[in-house]
Design a protein around this ligand. Sequence first.
Ligand code: JJW
Length: 448
Amino acid sequence: MARLDFPKDFVWGTATASYQIEGAANEGGRGPSIWDTFSRTPGKVVNGDTGDVACDSYHRYEEDIALLKKLGVKAYRFSIAWPRILPQGTGEVNQEGLDYYGRVIDKLIEAGIEPCVTLYHWDLPQALQDQGGWGVRSTIDAFVRYAEIVFQAFGGKVKQWITFNETWCISFLSNYLGIHAPGHRDLQLAMTVAHHCLVAHGRTVRKFREMGVKGEIGTTHNLAWCEPYTDSPEDVAAAQRTRGWNNEWFMDPTLKGTYPQFLVDWFKSKGAEAPIQPGDMETIAQKIDFIGINFYTGNYGRYRKDFGDFDYEEVQVGFDRTDIGWNVYPESLFKALKWVHDTYGEIPIYITENGACYNDGPSPDGKIHDEKRIDYYRMHFTQCHRAIASGVPLKGYFAWSLLDNFEWAEGYAMRFGIVYTNYETLTRTPKDSYYFIQKVIAESGLDV
Ligand code: JJW
């Protein structure tokens, strides 16, 4: 047994997102988002689930905050729904929407919990999608205006701001792979969306500085770790391309102000390119206070001609998998963190999401014995500790998620919560993993 102590000022937290937990889709003056449309499109979401009710956190946020307080977290990451603030994306502000988040933020502060706000966690107002969504530059202007309204309302109260959650998902998963809203399959569109989100991020950071808002601002990219199965140059290059697509394509512009040239060339060979206008790269690379990393899994793979978009095929090497099918490869978290530090220098890093999908329900004793989730967290905490010990400036960790919620295309079938949600009664029951994390936070460490 070994004792792993975390720094006393390490920020432990949990994370959620508006459309995944709030419900009340037609209340409080909220306008429709692309996820309302997408979830109503037959075949897009498992079981035809929608976020209409979700966890009903719009009405039950006080209960959620009580759970956070009992858990002992220092911070809570949640997102603001753009269509609650501006139901049409632009124009009239919906005061009821601002009031709702004002209550959440005040309750958190009252409970001694720092609010960490994501501005864009995928619920684009449908009215903007109807005008081209992230495929057109006018959406950048609309986003910066939305951010300005939110900064005005809550600046100074919110410790940390995250402009975008998982720009790879917003662009490629949603507009090239077609798996998330709006569900397009167009490589050039995905490249354009990625670029516009990055520019919107940079312009928002600039606005934040101009307004003199107190607090920290950054963005969150989801990283994927892909390792070559052999040392052959073909395997190494194929893994590098796939990693680059997920990681460098977003991290490089954000932190270096450039796109990785080897991928610029690769995409060009497929007829797609980022629509860069003069000044864009400098805008994107505004200095930020931290970089958020969402991390779930890694894999091994090898070169296979004309397979997928990057001639890369995963090789099964016997990893355990979570219930959503993702490999459990904790060491890849360490490798990814080390890579971020080695590549981008001393920028503070927050893991803004990490967690596991296991669909355990209540046992006859009424408790949820989610041993495999506890194992997942224990192994990933161990890798975080290892990263810190190696000099990686990892400052905090947000578990995904506080509670089971609407897991996008998987609907309610896939559970990531440390608190069990009963979707019939909407009651919340802390799982064993909740008590495990409660103990880690209380002791600022764990035995492994
Ligand atoms: C699907 C991979 C090809 C969320 C996917 C890739 C390509 C057939 C979880 N993170 O709910 C889903 N999540 O809202 C943000 N992150 O397909 C928060 N990434 O398959 C969580 C990635 C994801 C995905 C899901």
